[in-house]
Design a protein around this ligand. Structure first.
Ligand SMILES: NC(=O)c1ccc[n+]([C@@H]2O[C@H](COP(=O)([O-])OP(=O)(O)OC[C@H]3O[C@@H](n4cnc5c(N)ncnc54)[C@H](OP(=O)(O)O)[C@@H]3O)[C@@H](O)[C@H]2O)c1
Length: 326
């Protein structure tokens, strides 16, 4: 697997990482713990080095599974986790509205100090490689959140800091307090808002960019034509049946192009992201070992300038019907 440096300040990682949220019970359907641990081990075997989780995924259970899977191989993996979505009523939070749901968020220094120890304990590791604030707390200046995160770096509990779902302005302010290695945001062929301000700002500051939901939460694989009621996507605007059908039709040229290139739509979606800059490291999620291998192989695909232009004209930004997740 090709490698990339995550911005000027971050670690070297495989060009494609892995997002473990897909292993949360019920989110994308049923999962089983033993199988999930094997899936994460398969991810490492496939040459993927960066594994992304969050303390909010499965109420911390996702971190536990990852900790178990990396036992004995900790040094081969760049562990990335996030804090700040708070489901424990013992901790106060501020409600943050997204297009998907309302999230309880806390970025106050006391909570930041509390959160790092919880993640280390659940993963049973001495340090986290990359530690993100999951969402900015509307009631706490980002400088205060990042100052407290920097204490964890000083204490050796964390190697690199990241931010997720921030604005360009918040990223700039945070980076002035402590170097930020990576910013994580929704970015894919059907969600290109990041191109307006956040990606250019990250690039100017030398910060690596980690697109989340790089396969459009599955849509860009071309295999999703309906979702079950208990699948989290049934709450997303773009997955409402009418929108989903319209999107499926609108993205037909994309699927045809993948077929012409003799690659899968998922591979085309990932290869396109990798061609947007060598500071980009997508983190597709999958429960299926064959899909994981196929996604990893997308790092080897070269697209010509003409093919990239063709993608831009076939699938311009704003083509999708319905709001994105954020
Ligand atoms: N920072 C944030 O706020 C935030 C928000 C959302 C997500 N994330 C991160 O981003 C990661 C990725 O997002 P995501 O998992 O929600 O969406 P995604 O990676 O865009 O899509 C995952 C879906 O695609 C399917 N899939 C993957 N590879 C496939 C292939 N080759 N062929 C067919 N289907 C394939 C998976 O099903 P199978 O299991 O069947 O392969 C799964 O249903 C998450 O795990 C999480 O770490 C972060």
């Amino acid at each position: 697997m090709k490698r990339r440096k995550l911005g000027k300040f971050g670690p070297e990682v495989s060009a494609i990482g892995y997002g473990a949220m897909v292993l949360v019970q019920g989110m994308y359907g049923p999962v089983e713990d033993r199988q999930s641990v094997r899936t994460i081990q398969h991810v490492i075997d496939s040459g993927i080095t960066m594994i992304d989780t969050a303390d909010a995924y499965g109420g911390g259970h996702n971190e536990q599974l990852i900790g178990e899977a990396v036992k004995g191989r900790r040094d081969n993996v760049v562990l990335a986790t996030k804090f700040g979505i708070v489901f424990d009523p013992a901790h106060p939070s501020t409600q943050l509205q997204t297009n998907w749901n309302v999230l309880p968020v806390n970025g106050k220094p006391d909570y930041v100090r509390h959160a790092i120890d919880g993640s280390l304990k659940r993963m049973d590791v001495d340090y986290i490689d990359l530690w993100y604030a999951h969402f900015p707390d509307p009631s706490t200046p980002i400088e205060e959140t990042v100052s407290a995160m920097a204490e964890a770096v000083k204490a050796g509990k964390v190697k690199y800091l990241g931010l997720s779902n921030v604005t360009a302005e918040q990223l700039r302010r945070a980076h002035a307090v402590h170097p930020i290695s990576a910013v994580q945001y929704e970015y894919s062929l059907w969600s290109r808002d990041a191109e307006n301000e956040l990606l250019p700002t990250a690039r100017e500051l030398g910060i690596g960019f980690v697109p989340w939901a790089p396969l459009g939460s599955g849509f860009l694989t071309g295999q999703v034509t309906n979702v079950e009621k208990d699948d989290f996507r049934s709450n997303l605007p773009r997955y409402q049946q009418e929108n989903l059908q319209a999107n499926y039709d609108r993205f037909e040229p994309f699927r045809s192009l993948a077929q012409q290139l003799n690659i899968t739509p998922a591979q085309l979606a990932l290869a396109w992201l990798l061609h947007q800059g060598d500071d980009i490291v997508p983190i597709p999620g999958s429960r299926n070992p064959a899909h994981i291998d196929s996604n990893a192989a997308a790092a080897e695909i070269s697209l010509t300038k003409e093919q990239l232009q063709q993608i831009d004209s076939l699938i311009p930004g704003g083509l999708a019907v319905g709001e994105s997740l954020l």
